[in-house]
Design a protein around this ligand. Sequence first.
Ligand SMILES: Cc1ncc(COP(=O)(O)O)c(C=O)c1O
Length: 401
Amino acid sequence: MGSAEKFLPYGRQVIEDDDIEAVTRVLRGDYLTTGPAVGVFEADFAKVAGAKESIVCGNATQALHLACIALGLESGKTAIVPTLTFLATANAVRYTGADVIFADVDLQTGLMTPETFEQAIVLAKQQGAAPKVVLPVHLAGQTVDQEAIQNIARRENITVLTDSCHALSSTYKGVLAGACRYEDLAVFSFHPVKTIAMGEGGAITTNDSALAARLRLLRGHGMIHRAEQPFDPALGLDENGAPNPWFYEMRELGYNYRESDIHCALGSSQLKKLDRFIQRRRELALLYDEQLAPLAPYVLPPLRVPDCVPGWHLYAVRIDFEKAGCSRASLMNVLKAQNIGSQVHYIPVHRQPYYRELYGDLNLPGADHYYEHTLSLPLFPSMTNEDVCFIVDALRSAIGA
Ligand SMILES: Cc1ncc(COP(=O)(O)O)c(C=O)c1O
């Protein structure tokens, strides 16, 4: 049994000399935070995502939380979240005090569908709730059927906040995920396993400038620094009626969800190589498809959805463990012994003890089926073609195909 020279995780960052130089420049400069690199990154990112505005935050969880507040979620309100996602999508709703209705997903793609969205709306109404927001998730980089979901949402007066954390550079009907043609707001993550890395980082995109201004206010303590009308003269005016030189005013309860200039400089540097990263991810996904073909029906490549060109954050195969005669845990351990990482994306959120205690045991069979068959194999731009062949060989011998 061979083993990879170096551990191949399911995902990791690619940091090059120019990224290090960009960060070093900030470290040698005047501003480590609230400086010019923040605005530069926001402008760079809005351009790349095809939206008018981007608001950068310390991570995508914070970005989701701010977006949920700005869309009016609060105690007594309800949002629909597909259960096959990372915890943060649902947790952000709960931070506001609002309730989550979990939508089921397609059993083969793990994506919320127009049908499962409709089912969740019916369920919400049966419980006496009128859902206010839906958070579709573009799992692994494949997009949901955005147009159909948007049409249903409009009919029901539901706002669409897309969790695009996996979908930087993915397109749906030729439109970039996050461009806000098919959604009101979108959220991205720049965690190191994602498509670009900032250490920790996240952003919201929108085409609504007023909403963007509100999100920026909420990101910084709900505080303004310049005396904009109307402001409280007791706080803001000197004896001549001019704003005090130290003026600041808190307009609502906000947060410190700022991102630093250090992280933003890394983000802008990473964005310059995004096209190269995406091209390599797409090449690697195709190579996996080819190499895996003989392993059917034990192992199947990700089922492609129509109208989408994915950026491929993850390469998640579907495995028939019963047919293969092994458990997922034993397969993961065999791969790990050969220096191959793998991961499961995700345990359906409704199965978590916190949510079971809140909402009881839910029956979401599409998510259960998807969860029981999925395994994410290593995918990151600095992998070689030989790495892919090695991983598929290891998989083949582990399942005896
Ligand atoms: C689908 C999804 N949503 C939200 C998040 C949260 O992102 P962050 O770690 O930047 O807070 C992640 C990160 O894993 C994610 O995969």
